[in-house]
Write a protein that binds this ligand. Structure first.
Ligand code: CP
Length: 305
């Protein structure tokens, strides 16, 4: 493992190993507090972020390392026209590992091609978000103690939602998994996920417009935000943004052991009244993201504790 661009670069054994490290960090954080002493992480964020950037930074600090970087393209020389490749080559003179978010799909892959330092894709356009998937996987594993025989409902913007594409790909490798894709027609799951990921493995899926109809079947409900920044016209965004709003009322027919996930940020798609439901896992997911990013940094820097 040299870089992490797409979650599918990790085998299920490598995911198990990252989960094992994350669980060990959770059990004994002090053991890891100097693991990355003398190492530096650069966070290059050409797009806004709260969780991903700050959890990477918290992860590196908790490993005893240091952090540098920028949180918007306008404060870097990208604003003067510098290429991603030159930016990464420059930063690799100062840092041992880079986490990068970019609005252009494929930008982190391009940055990784020359192997200057390990590159972690922290989200590229509507494409992939592998470290969010690591957070999702640790959350599912902690809640369900397995990845097998789960019915997973994904609800909201399934077209542009990079976290959805990465999670479906990752979960498609486990036995007995079924998907229910709940979205408006305009935001349905891209065809390539069906033809390239699900159909070749014979994985069952349904496409559904009604969250209420799908609810009783679900073991996991993965809610997503309709992303204003991916729309070309405001009118379409306004028409679609509140299609699904999860409320306590809509959970009446849900299984008692349903797990509700959301990569966050949320806008309106989960009522705050759901936050106190024991089935709401989205803030646990935030914390799990930091532990999985710590495990990933250790792996990519080949640090053993
Ligand atoms: N889940 C996620 O990527 O959140 P941020 O955009 O705040 O990093």
């Amino acid at each position: 493992m040299k870089h992490l661009i797409d979650i599918m670069e990790l085998s299920t054994q490598e995911i198990d190993s990252l989960i094992e490290i994350a669980e060990d960090i959770i059990a004994d954080p002090g053991k890891y507090s100097e693991a990355c002493h003398g190492k530096k992480l650069a966070t290059l964020f050409f797009e806004p972020s709260t969780r991903t950037r700050l959890s990477f930074e918290a992860a590196m600090y908790e490993l005893g390392g240091q952090v540098l970087g920028f949180s918007e393209a306008s404060s870097s020389s990208a604003a003067k026209g510098e290429s991603v490749s030159d930016t990464v080559r420059t930063v690799s003179c100062y840092a041992d590992i880079i986490a990068m978010r970019h609005p252009k799909e494929g930008a982190p892959l391009v940055a990784s091609r020359r192997d200057w330092v390990p590159i972690i894709n922290a989200g590229d356009g509507g494409h992939f978000h592998p470290t969010q998937t690591l957070a999702d996987l640790l959350t599912i594993h902690r809640e369900k103690n397995t990845f097998e025989n789960l019915t997973i409902g994904l609800c909201g913007d399934l077209k542009f939602g990079r976290t959805v594409h990465s999670l479906v790909s990752a979960m498609s490798r486990y036995a007995g998994v079924k998907f229910i894709f709940i979205s408006p027609e305009e935001l349905q799951i891209p065809d390539y996920i069906k033809t390239d990921v699900l159909d070749p493995k014979g994985i069952p899926y349904e496409e559904e417009r009604s969250l209420e109809r799908a609810m009783p079947k679900l073991d996991i409900l993965y809610m997503t935000r309709v992303q204003r920044e991916r729309f070309f016209n405001e009118e379409d965004y306004v028409r679609l943004k509140d299609t699904y709003i999860l409320t306590p009322q809509k959970l009446k027919n849900a299984k008692p052991d349903l797990s509700i996930l959301h990569p966050l940020p949320r806008v309106n798609e989960i009522s705050v009244a759901v936050d106190d439901d024991p089935r709401a896992c989205y803030f646990k997911q935030v914390l799990n993201g930091k532990f999985m990013r710590m495990a990933l940094i250790l792996k990519l820097l080949e640090v053993t504790v």
